[in-house]
Design a protein around this ligand. Structure first.
Ligand code: NAP
Length: 403
């Protein structure tokens, strides 16, 4: 009991090391301890590889007998790519198990803990549950909602414009911010845009060498994508075009470029976005960065399909009634507005003397502190403000989305 939080904290720390190679499996770490001292540790390193418990049990050998296993997730009770961890823990003579949270996977959901108890192993669950849940928010979202963990990203001016009145938007924010975005992309399994963004900006949607390249998803109901679009001709990453059009000739041309086509139904002009999210989740896409434009964001917001926001705000004013804002579509009534919680403000304005951290959970609580030398040197973001916040009711945020 005394050491529960300490060892679970360590298990969470170990689990993080499995990112991103363990995905779409959950990130799991395990500490085996006896008399308050760790005897072995392990984490799930790669998808298809040994689970954290097995790694720790192998390291511990005979020392595992009589030990307590501290794990950030309930051990699995079924044969997947590897044998069930529960059986291995029982066989090794583990005395008790402390798990941070139950496994949301419908194949497990409490069965692992029950099997352990049946074998006479004492079980405690719920230690540092919120922290453990935060780390595995994408896995939890996929298991309980059949969709990826979705982050809406936009780049806008201080007056909330994502394009100018001429519909030109490229490079609203600074080069430093774009580098942060490229790095951020590498954290995601996929990046999604609407077809008009492809027509207008012709983006590559890669991480530009800042890490792994996410898959690229384009919502293109009428299949108007230009075969010369960069996204179709940079082989750097998997590309998925979602459409409801039936155009065999174009399907063939896209298949020759190794583009995956996802054909889905549409109601009027609008896709069944929930169904698309389900299909992407089946394709092992557990994290999705939605980069807009405004019409696409509008569909996601209208369907309540968003878990977090990442807002890049350039200290500029564009004005203009025709200039777009980040979220279009019908919009929400004020009493239905999406509440952004637990806001982190990354204010990197070299002109400013003080930082203002905002605590979204407990209201606005600004305090002033002198800027660090890194901040005085301009820091990241090149004068842009970067906001990160949770759209979940509990305000939890995926900690790996650290920028
Ligand atoms: N500042 C920024 O962060 C940022 C980011 C991205 C884009 N932009 C700018 O925004 C502009 C483009 O944005 P936009 O709002 O006009 O267009 P968009 O969101 O890029 O694309 C909208 C189109 O995508 C299709 N689409 C998206 N969601 C759909 C759904 N749920 N169901 C069916 N179809 C769906 C539709 O295609 P159809 O038209 O074929 O029906 C729709 O008209 C460009 O100027 C771009 O440069 C700015």
């Amino acid at each position: 009991m005394k050491h529960d939080s300490f060892f679970i904290e360590r298990a969470i720390e170990l689990a993080r090391k499995g990112f991103p190679r363990a995905t779409p499996n959950p990130l799991v770490g395990c500490v085996l301890a006896k008399n308050g001292k760790a005897v072995a540790e392990g984490f799930h390193k790669t998808f298809g590889g040994h689970h954290a418990e097995i790694v720790a049990l192998r390291k511990a050998g005979k020392e595992a007998r009589g030990a307590t296993a501290f794990i950030n997730l309930e051990p699995c009770s079924y044969w997947g790519k590897t044998p069930p961890c529960v059986s291995a823990l029982i066989k090794a003579g583990i005395r008790s198990v402390v798990a941070a949270m139950p496994d949301p996977n419908p194949k497990v959901r409490g069965r692992g803990l029950k099997s352990l108890q049946k074998a006479g192993i004492s079980v405690r669950v719920g230690v540092l549950k919120e922290k453990a849940l935060e780390l595995n928010l994408p896995f939890w979202t996929q298991m309980t909602k059949n969709r990826p963990y979705i982050v809406l990203k936009t780049a806008m001016t201080l007056d909330g414009k994502t394009t100018d009145y001429q519909d030109k938007s490229q490079w609203i924010t600074s080069r430093q911010s774009r580098k942060i975005l490229w790095k951020t992309r590498s954290l995601f399994d996929a990046v999604l845009v609407g077809i008009k963004t492809v027509h207008k900006d012709n983006p590559e949607l890669t991480s530009h060498g800042y890490g792994r390249n996410p898959a690229r998803v384009v919502l293109d109901p009428r299949l108007t994508i230009n075969p010369n679009a960069r996204i179709l001709n940079t082989k750097a990453a998997r590309t998925i075009v979602v459409t409801s059009a039936k155009n065999d000739k174009k399907f063939e041309a896209l298949s020759r470029k190794d583009v995956e086509i996802l054909t889905v139904g549409a109601t009027g002009a609008s896709f069944d976005l929930k169904e698309i999210m389900r299909l992407l989740s089946i394709k092992s896409i557990q994290t999705l960065l939605v980069e807009g434009g405004s019409v696409t964001h509008g569909h996601f917001v209208q369907n309540s399909l968003a878990d977090a926001i990442l807002w890049f705000i350039a200290p500029k004013i564009l004005g203009g009634a025709a200039a777009k804002s980040p979220v279009e579509g019908k919009g929400l009534a004020l009493n239905n507005a999406l509440a952004v919680k637990n806001i982190t403000l990354l204010n990197q304005n070299p002109e400013q003397l003080f930082s203002l951290p905002l605590d979204g959970g407990q209201g606005l609580r600004p305090y002033l502190r002198p800027r660090s030398s890194a901040e005085r040197g301009g820091g990241q973001g090149g004068g842009d403000i970067i906001l990160r916040g949770s759209l979940r009711e509990d305000g939890l945020k995926w900690p790996l989305l650290e920028i």
